[in-house]
Design a protein around this ligand. Sequence first.
Ligand code: F3S
Length: 417
Amino acid sequence: MYLTSEEERIYEGERGWTLQKAMQILVAIGELNGAERLIPIKSAHVSGASYKTIGDAYEFVERLHGRVAVRTTLNPVGMDLERWREMLIDEDFAKKQRAVLSAYEKLGILAECTCVPYEIPPTRSHLLETSLASSPFRPREGEHIAWSESSAVIFANSVLGARTNMEGAPSALAAALLGKTPLYGLHIPENRNATVKLLICDEISDADFGALGLLTGEIVGDSVPLFEFKGIPSEDELKQLAAGIGATGSVGIFHVKGVTPEAKEDMISEVVHVERSQLRDFLESCGDAGAGVGSSGGGGEPDVVAIGCPHCSLNELRRIYKILKEESKRSRRSKVALPFFIFTARAFRGSEIVRRIENFGVKVFCDTCFVVSPAFERFSCILTNSGKMWRYAPLLSQRRPKVILASTEECVKRAFS
Ligand code: F3S
């Protein structure tokens, strides 16, 4: 791989051990993937922030020196940084989690602790009025970035038209420190073209998008899919689609006809028809990983409701509040009857919408999520609207809970019954 003379000097260790290690990581990945050179990036997003998943490996991060070269955000950690006691997190875990966070913050990484960095609003003070389009955290079309966290990577590539490979935590951190990434994979326009068309025969909505994402990973392998839907999916539905695809597939981008910026049909060589019934069949066939889709999924009685994987947007919070209000009225209960957790970005902490949701007995936590926190291991049957949580909660919990995937309405309804 070609390196400039400055990059060579970094590689040889003239700018210190930290940058040398970062350069060695990028060169190794670049050479493995046939990259010709490094290219500058605008931002990085680093996963591997929860002590539950990273463990004592964070001590490596503590040994690094210097500052990141571009705006870099961090994925969710293992606890709400303010309300961790309410989550019954023990002191020892909290201490270790704070040490992980400090190690990243010392490098200049912004501890936003969210898996939807593209939804961080431009300013906090006008949270409810500002448009995300102007947020500096939202990559622009054609911009090169180096993000880890599969759901965010796929969303950034597909919906925003930014360019990133599916980085792991070490390569995203190395790219952040150098402000560069190897030029290969999804940084190259030709590799982003759709080659398989998925014609969605029925109208789908809400949790169907997460299920479709899971199924897509199975259907397309490493081909790039172009979806044609009946109707226009919302950004939140595309976020669920991205998260589902990332949970089962190796593809880092999709396109939606008439919606996403790079949707083109010139390179399509195969058309696959997908019916709604296939989504249900697919989930039922996965058995061990989950318990089915829909309100009668056969997954036993849920003992918890969890929403916010990926973290909820403001629109999702507003929608959940509306459904809570309706169900509260219908059921004549003022509070939910099941433990009910919502996960969102810290930007929404203290907002009026969160306060109203919590009035129904729901807990809205920031900085963390059901999957990366040890706080939720006590539950054995989870009801969620997220295809990604359906896949990952059993894999990352020692208790291997059952997971029922259902619409947001169904989740709220069951919480009141
Ligand atoms: Fe985000 Fe946690 Fe889901 S990091 S995508 S809420 S598993």
